[in-house]
Design a protein around this ligand. Sequence first.
Ligand code: AMP
Length: 179
Amino acid sequence: MKILSTQEREILLNSIRDIPDFPKEGIVFKDITTLLNNAEAFKTLMNHLTERYTEYNLDYVAGIDARGFIFGAVLADRLNIGFVPVRKKGKLPYTTVAEKYALEYGFDELEIHIDAFPKEGAKVLVIDDLIATGGTAKATVSLINKVGANCVECCFVAELAFLNGKDGIESDVYSVLKF
Ligand code: AMP
């Protein structure tokens, strides 16, 4: 498995900006829109993730609403596998399974289609832009298990390591960048 080089790490670190006090006082928001509009940084990230996950023999990538959709959909296409959206409550049109969870700044509820993974016992990678407290990721892993699939790893572009969010997630966790 290819390790992120120091130069690639620098490109990615320099492409994410801190927005203090968003969405409320005391939160330092990691803004990845400046990674997305930087073609070199976006490609560096997607090349790294493609290299890492090619050997996992995954069946699906599941992206978390909403920034996980961007990275997840590109990665799924690169790996020639399907993409599954895990959405905020009330957005999915067919029969869903739901899970409530606590955020770093509030509460929310996620849903997945009951038939999201047509392949039985599917191997799924979960992806999102950032892990903070880990509540969103834990709810997502729980949803994937509830609909009969198997989360093999949760992947994040960035991890707020001081919040220990990955503790208690019932799958491997990979964070490209740690803060
Ligand atoms: P958590 O459930 O606490 O791990 O929160 C993760 C979710 O909230 C992800 O979807 C992130 O996009 C978002 N999030 C939480 N905290 C931040 C932060 N400081 N900067 C950017 N996004 C965040």
